[in-house]
Design a protein around this ligand. Structure first.
Ligand code: GDG
Length: 495
């Protein structure tokens, strides 16, 4: 757990697009939903201990009626932990800021998948307006705060918020975690001239900008060096001198709540699933492979299906002995590129199954829906192999969840070298999803790996993961923020 004692004279004000609790009208009245993901769980204790404020988009159908006239309410529901400040958006704002600039422009650009990049001036205008709207809500919370706050911005939805907060003269340390890759300047420059620079200046409003890997941090510094003429880069200490200030750039690979996944993998429900899956697909020398993704073009799902198809084509002995379970969760289906990908995936799965199926066996078992966390954990534990084929991926938490759930240490992680996780995890079989032959060989190698080698690799990865949980990540980020305050305000007594 992060050491937050020395933090107790600061309020943590967090800004993210997704809210930690969402109220929706359900059949039985109003339901509250907590989005899946470790960030909310990890932050809850810190938010409560610092009496923090979480500012986020109020996206639920019953969100407004559960909050006061300023969009504020106390959460967790029924408890008096911290304040959630909901910012409500019009349909036009959601279209332009979220669907538009965030997900059609920045998401593909940062993942360097330029064929999906779309820019429209109205997306950009709305992104600026909505960033300003959130910045005003954060500034208001800073003003209300009885003690000096720390503002922590999450992700690419808010590239402009830090600079806007600075213009509003908000007296707080401001830092931002960027969850996705940061592209090199040649890619960022696909934005219209001036928009690329405006994004960088927006991020330079922070006191500290955090990335998962050194590669993304260096890309960011490279972009600043090329596109913000008066900024001075200090590549040795990873810092930028700009506008009379020093902006630190930090490397903080995110992780998961490891113990929670271990526990999830041994609930009675998941244990029953493990037994069912192993009996059906992984007994008598058969093997079970697994993929878990949101259906997103960054995850390399067609590339993975192509490699699997080639494996069964070139190595007929793998037919009936190797089955692949594909858990593909619908995502962003309002966007045409995601609908097209979904159709392609469904058609390819049918094609592969038609081509290789026998009377008793289908090569791919597709689960095309959101599954519960303990079912997911059971699948991770049952699998002999987990295949991650991202074309680009900030970190990829599936890799870490698989490792956490592999309590029997039998499985092999086959991991794209374009996932941030590949720069941290030591023990996976690395593949390049753009190299079909190498990808097929990687899967074969994993399937033929001796039990001893599998165990040694998985044991090593599990040990590493235990030393780097999401709580260690949070502690490292918050400690760095406190160190910066202590350097700048020695009288604050923070350190
Ligand atoms: C972004 C960055 C970075 C998926 N299907 C189900 C389900 N999931 C969960 C997984 C995992 C999460 O969704 C996906 O996390 P990833 O890290 O793989 O990817 P993004 O959603 O793209 O996240 C990424 C991350 O931010 C954190 O910084 O690692 O690179 O792109 O936790 O388990 N969960 C459940 N049912 C499903 O069907 N319960």
């Amino acid at each position: 757990m992060p050491d937050i004692r020395s933090f107790s004279n600061r309020t943590l004000i967090l800004l993210s697009n997704r809210e930690p609790y969402e109220h929706r009208h359900g059949e039985m009245g109003i339901d509250v939903r907590r989005p899946p993901g470790g960030l909310v769980t990890a932050l809850d204790p810190t938010m409560q201990a610092t009496d923090g404020v979480w500012v986020a988009w109020g996206s639920g159908s019953a969100d407004a009626e559960m909050a006061d006239h300023e969009g504020r309410l106390r959460v967790p529901p029924g408890e008096d932990g911290f304040t959630l400040r909901r910012v409500f958006l019009t349909d036009a704002e959601v279209d332009g800021y979220y669907m538009g600039f965030s997900n059609r422009s920045l998401w593909p650009l940062c993942h360097m998948l330029v064929q999906h990049f779309e820019y429209r001036t109205d997306y950009w205008n709305m992104y600026q307006e909505v960033n300003a709207k959130f910045a005003h809500a954060v500034a208001d919370e800073v003003r209300r705060s009885p003690q000096k706050p720390i503002v922590w911005i999450q992700d690419y939805h808010f590239a402009l918020a830090a600079e806007m907060l600075r213009e509003l003269a908000v007296p707080a340390l401001i830092h931002q975690f960027w969850h996705i890759p940061f592209p090199p300047a040649d890619i960022l420059r696909l934005l219209p001239t001036g928009v690329d620079e405006a994004l960088l200046r927006g991020l330079l409003g922070n006191d500290l900008v955090e990335f998962h890997t050194e590669r993304y941090a260096l890309n960011f510094l490279g972009c600043v060096a090329e596109l913000v003429p008066e900024a001075e880069i200090d590549a040795d200490t990873l810092a930028v001198h700009y506008d009379g200030r020093r902006i630190d750039v930090g490397i903080f690979p995110i992780s998961i709540d490891v113990e929670r996944y271990e526990q999830l993998a041994s609930t009675p429900e998941s244990t029953a699933l493990v037994e069912r899956l192993r009996k059906r697909y992984a007994s008598n020398g058969q093997r079970l492979g697994l993929g878990v993704d949101r259906v997103d073009y960054t995850k390399g799902i067609p590339e993975r299906l192509r490699a699997l198809c080639e494996l069964w084509e070139r190595h007929p002995e793998m037919r009936e002995t190797f089955t692949f379970l594909l858990v593909a969760t619908p995502s962003r289906s309002e966007l045409p590129a995601y609908r097209a990908l979904e159709e392609e995936m469904l058609a390819t799965v049918i094609e592969i199954n038609e081509r290789f199926k026998t009377e008793t066996w289908h090569p791919i078992v597709l689960v095309h829906e959101n599954v519960s966390a303990d079912m997911l954990a059971g699948a991770y534990r049952a699998a002999d192999l987990c295949l991650i084929s991202s074309l680009q991926d900030g970190m990829n938490l599936v890799a870490k969840e698989f490792i956490a759930c592999q309590t029997e240490e039998r499985g092999v992680l086959v991991l794209s070298r374009f996932a941030g996780a590949s720069e941290e995890i030591d023990g996976a079989v690395l593949i390049n999803p753009f190299n079909l032959d190498g990808f097929v060989e990687g899967i074969r190698r994993a399937l033929h790996m001796s039990e001893g080698e599998r165990r040694v690799r998985m044991h090593r990865m599990r040990r590493q993961l235990h030393d780097r949980t999401i709580f260690d990540w949070l502690a490292a980020v918050l400690t760095r923020a406190q160190d910066i305050i202590a350097e700048r305000e020695p009288e604050s007594g923070v350190a």
